[in-house]
Write a protein that binds this ligand. Structure first.
Ligand code: PMT
Length: 394
């Protein structure tokens, strides 16, 4: 393939020569374009030496049409690092230098972005809105990952590693390449006061395994995770960490319209305290304490109402009795395509453990009856059944 690598001005630019080397070793031809700010972080000589081609930085070089020549030459344009600025320009159609002009000339389904920025910048509503817009135009977003950041803090915002960006390109012919999926995982915490919450025993293992199985099959995955100790470094998974059901609802309903499907494995609290005391509640006398709970939004039911015919929606049912009937009722009531039933009566299934035993139900009946096995393997088989091109219709 002919690959154009565009660099915008972030510290992660120093890693891009390694990306170029990996792409060259994989047999690709590489040409680079860079913004003036990118060249504060990496030198012209370095980029020209590793790519073995001249660097494109000046919009008016070669009569001002180099961006069109480069667009015609390139099968793919990878922007790494992609700053909030270049992401914003692309989402707004602004072309005011060599790289942004090349981006505007390029078909969006041939663009890959590897964002890199501070966590708060990444979470800014403007950046999230721009990323959602770009995804809806079939731009592939690789990362960002969690980890140490240049500013000294740590969190989401680190550019995906060069090897992971190269791997994401290599797997662009994977069965779910180009698709976007949403996954929820883990518990929610509903605050009672400054130090206490209502929660549950979900570890997030099932949801994270599903996100990874989808990403391994080539999908871009938005993982909305309640509080867990787990992390994921897969470059095609973008993880949003939330605490409460309301926060999970906000992100899931925002992301779902851009997705081919969603799998909701989170154990969401059905109720939350009506009020959260700003300070620690003090023990008073010998009387009991009454908490008034109000209902949380049902995220799965909301997505069921939003769902279009081309989207696949999968829920989970964690049951303790009348398992099959309860799961079937949820499938219908929440307008799902599939429901994954796990029962707390099965040893080794459900919360916290590394294994699960599930029954996958579609609208017309049982699709998959899996024995007790690792959550990773359960996830792979669920994904193969609901998402892969030859999957049976629910
Ligand atoms: O995280 P692990 O420790 O690996 O455990 C995995 C798991 C047991 C949490 C997982 O396999 C599982 O069963 N998840 C769903 C648990 C649950 O809350 O089930 P439910 O029957 O109460 O909810 C039904 C469905 O509606 C679920 O898809 C749930 O995500 C969704 N829901 C529920 C309530 C709500 N307010 N919003 C929702 O989206």
């Amino acid at each position: 393939m002919n690959i154009a690598v565009g660099l915008s001005g972030g510290i992660a630019a120093y890693k891009v020569p390694e990306l170029i080397r990996l792409l060259k070793n994989a047999g690709h031809e590489v040409r680079c374009a860079a913004t003036a700010h990118a060249l504060q972080f990496v030198g012209v000589a370095t980029l020209e030496t590793v790519s073995q081609n001249p660097l494109y930085t000046d919009l008016f070089a070669s009569g001002g049409t180099e961006h069109i020549r480069l667009r015609d030459w390139a099968d793919l344009l990878i922007v790494a690092p992609a700053t909030a600025n270049i992401i914003g320009k692309m989402a707004s159609g602004i072309a005011d230098d060599a790289l942004s002009t090349l981006l505007l000339a390029m078909p969006t389904n041939r663009v890959v972005l590897a964002p890199a920025m501070n966590s708060q910048m990444w979470m800014h509503p403007a950046v999230q809105r721009n990323i959602a817009t770009l995804r809806s135009w079939d731009v592939q977003i690789v990362g960002p990952c969690e980890g140490a950041l240049a500013c000294g803090s740590s969190g989401i915002g680190r550019m995906a590693e060069p090897a992971d960006i190269a791997a994401a390109i290599a797997s662009s012919d994977a069965p779910l390449a180009g698709q976007h999926w949403l996954v929820t995982a883990g518990p929610t915490y509903e605050r009672i006061d400054a130090v206490r919450y209502i929660g549950n025993y979900s570890s997030g293992k099932m949801g994270y395994a599903l996100a990874e199985a989808l990403a391994e099959a080539g999908a871009e995955v938005v993982l909305v995770s309640g509080p867990t100790a787990l992390t994921t470094h897969h470059p095609r998974i973008v993880c949003h960490r939330v605490e409460s059901a309301q926060q999970m609802h906000t992100i899931a309903t925002r992301e779902f319209p851009q997705c081919q499907g969603a799998i909701l494995a989170a154990a969401v609290a059905d109720y939350r305290p009506e009020q959260c005391a700003p300070n620690k509640l003090k023990k008073q006398g010998t009387e009991g304490l009454t908490l008034h709970l109000v209902q949380n939004p049902d995220i799965l039911a909301t997505l069921g109402q939003m769902k279009t015919d081309s989207q696949t929606l999968v829920g989970f049912a964690l049951e303790t009795d009348n398992e099959l009937a309860n799961a079937q009722a949820k499938l219908t009531r929440k307008n799902l395509d599939y429901i994954v039933l796990n029962s707390l009566r099965d040893p080794g299934a459900g919360f916290s453990v590394d294994t699960n035993k599930v029954l996958l139900l579609g609208r017309t009946g049982r699709c998959l009856d899996l024995p007790l096995q690792s959550k990773r393997e359960v996830a792979r088989q669920i994904v193969a059944t609901i998402a892969l091109p030859n999957a049976p219709k629910p």
